[in-house]
Write a protein that binds this ligand. Sequence first.
Ligand SMILES: C[S@@+](CC[C@H](N)C(=O)[O-])C[C@H]1O[C@@H](n2cnc3c(N)ncnc32)[C@H](O)[C@@H]1O
Length: 1005
Amino acid sequence: MDDIRLIEDYLPIEALGRENTTAKGHVNTLHLWWARRPLRSCRAAVYGALVPADRWVRDVTIKNPPADPAKHTARKNGTKRGLNRRAGGEFVTNLCVHPPQARLVQNARHHIAEAHAERLTTMGTPVSVDDILTGKAPRPRVLDLFSGGGAIPLEAIRLGCDVSANELNPVAHIIELCTLVYPQKYGLADKTVGGATGERNAEGQMTWGGLAAEVQHWGNMVFEKVREQIGDLYPLVPDPACKDKKPQKPESLLFKTGGKHEAIPPGYLIPVAYLWTRTIPCKNPGCGAQVPMLRQTWLCKRGNRFVAMAPTQNTRQKRIQFKIVEADTEHGFDFDPSDFSKGGNTVCPFCGTVADSPYTKQVGCTSGFGVQPMAIMCKRPGKTGKVYVPFEEAGNLDQEVARRLAEIEERSGLTPPTEPLEANPRSFDIQRYGFTTWRAAFTERQNLLHLAVAEQLRSLLDDMERVVGDRDRAHALYTCVGLSFSRLVTQHNAFAFIHTGRETIEGPWGDGKFPMSWDFLEANPFSGATASYQSALMWAVRAYESLSGLGNAATAVRGSATELPFADEHFDAIITDPPYYDNYSYSNLSDAFYVWLKRSVGNVHAAHFASELTPKKSEAVKATYRHAGDNKAASRRYEDLMTASLREAHRVLKPNGIITIVYAHKTTLGWSTLVDASRLAGFTIVEAWPLETEAVGGRKKVDKAMLASSIFLVARRRSTTSGVGDYENDVQPELRQIVRERVETLWEVGIGGADLVIACVGAGLRAFTKYEKVEYANGEEVPAEKFLAEVEGVVLDTMLTKLSGEAGGNVSAVDASSRFYVLWRYIYKTTALDAGEAIVFSNGTHIELDGPQGLSSGTNGLIEKKKAKYRARDFTERGGDNRLGLPDGNGQPAPLIDVLHRVLWLMENSPRRLAEFLDEARPDRERLRVLAQALAGAALSGKSEADAAKLVSTTTAEQSALGKLLANWRSLIEEGVAAVVVGKKAAKEDKQDRQRAFDFGKGNG
Ligand SMILES: C[S@@+](CC[C@H](N)C(=O)[O-])C[C@H]1O[C@@H](n2cnc3c(N)ncnc32)[C@H](O)[C@@H]1O
């Protein structure tokens, strides 16, 4: 059996785009976890790792075979491969649509079982597909050692595997239990077990109605009890639009029916969220004003409805008050709602004194900020849409909240979370302003809410155990209900903000950061609208419904990946997504949930909630603050933990097993840590696929062209006799051969641009990582970083040769700057690159970007450097320079790209001077044509936009000019006919020569 897996040969990466991760029932909606991977790419990775590459076409007949048997075999193999890829690609594309079709999932399970049966049989035990599907023989064992929110294990469950999920963090572990274990074990209705929502059994007792229904039932019970306890602290709001008589004391009104409008007396609105601003005393001691710190006053920017708060000065009280104003357009106000405090600097509206950031920090850290009410987002019973009303007085809520908190503490022993907020300064900001405990990250009313939830949930545990009758199942139910309340923590904290486009309430942590905010929304959990528990429960229940009965429960283990509790050579495949340096501060962020989960479900998961906060010591992230600011020590620690984890992965993987490591870094040089760690752990990297994985959410903007993708690095266990590789004799020749083959075959299936570079660099690594270590002829070891640069260079060179072939010439023979420009336009198109990525790329192409000779130096460089970004400039930006493209003072010819840019500019702006320029510049015209052709890839293709994206594509203006130039090449360049009418300027200049104008549409080149 040729056991090359699909993922080692081909994945239809273009078709595996993002899914809608906010659709009802999607696992992402169950609970926040950072860097959760899209299910589509996880499914493709699991399937690709377990199914052989040649699954579809076993035999191919060739009509009219060539006489030469070697050619016949080669053609047959090539055709077979091609057909396999096409058929496999189509299947994977369809399988990975989310949600998937049940029939395709069944087929995929069958394919996996078939391959597994064949493998087991080859190893000496005859096994059939049926044996596997009916549980008589083991299913393929799959491990994720950094399983986080559980996306990879979930897909392995769906595809019928025996799955283990290891994770260090207790919050992630609870999410995994509720995703990968409980819905699989208890998801479906069962008449043999007690419950509160199923049918009655023969004895007339209620039975288990399925996990989702039971969570709905018990979640509602907890909620009703919490509402009884604290619902009055979110009083109805008198409707300013209603003239009817209102009850005298609206504060006493409780929500009795989950916010349903029938129960709301006429003349009242349901509060959805309260908007507060933090305040500081004016820095001028003589002023005495409380200065609001809010950043902006927008409330809604939706369709043609624009709502904001207009500040007005109450000079007597030295207080700013807020009026609600509406307009039909964004600029329909006589003030700018976006223009308030900036980064903690604000101006006192009464005396003009600036409260600067150091002063603000000092206030925050000593006396703390004040808060001032501004507006209430409400909903009108029975109507859709939000209504905003001014919010001037919060009444005497604080005392009442304090009293009830004390009551809970006394009754239950549960306390608000005074655990310290362990802030990673790289992603946390709020500690600089005095927020140093988790209690401070919530308003006291929110502390009361979360504590009341914990108290009421705990009070129902005995009932659950009694009704369900099975302790494990009851605890699973209890945990799932607890997690549905934990979902509230995301929005119910003192840093939540309004999404003015959707009018929803968003948590501060979605981007993996904890930024300071100067205004915040405090949601009403009982409103029935955004951020209410009714809404959270609906999302959770939908998720449980879609997760129930998907497959067999996973084994979820909590512990460090550096010490896996599994036997040697236990797994058939490992697919895992490790943390990447300091991308996300998982433990610090998840403490926000940990402190509350400890209080709610900690009683049934004592081992996971025994410590004050989530474990940090063995967390594999780069946290410089944990190493007294020593950056190098922090990196080293991360790298050591990664190597140790991958060593464990090597130990538990079967010798013929396969490992896929997801890596969220787009520059190939950034892979060196992982390459080193994998090699040290005993793996050979054989392939790499870029798959779209980064969800665009929160406040982060992802530039689509900048590879919002992760790299799926595929590796195998290295043979134990691999020894030391000789760089010049063993590694380099193989590298070139692999890369050539890869460029050729991936090009054929339509993979292009940066994706092609990544896939080829990944494949090229095989030549290097198949050795324990690689040495130069002088005995010096070749480090991964050096090799990656070399591979990238070889890949770029090979691609350039390929591009030249397409262009009908040899671009690789032109000067370095021109090659660089073609590759840039091929890989990055018109995108600006971050400094890091640009430098990596320039190293691979042996070009300097900075310094006196660098491409970004001077006023008319090929590359522009602005802030920390690099961007390639086109002819419209450079061509107007009279000196561009001419030989230098020593007669050295200019880079061909400069000549081309000048030619394009002259053609468009001053065609009569073209012949004169060409005389002076004396370029190699054949090479100039090849360069123009290579660059015009997309312009000449006449293909769809998607196809063109795989070709070189420069700016629209340059593409159009290149098209014209090539269409008229002979007349313009070879014959030097200068009278060309293109564009207004040329027409003006060449009035007299109009009769000799060319018809560019037809072309004559
Ligand atoms: C990139 S995330 C995984 C995300 C996951 N693939 C998903 O879809 O949700 C990496 C995970 O590794 C976990 N982690 C960090 N150090 C660990 C360690 N030493 N052992 C096990 N897990 C660890 C983090 O808590 C985090 O959940």
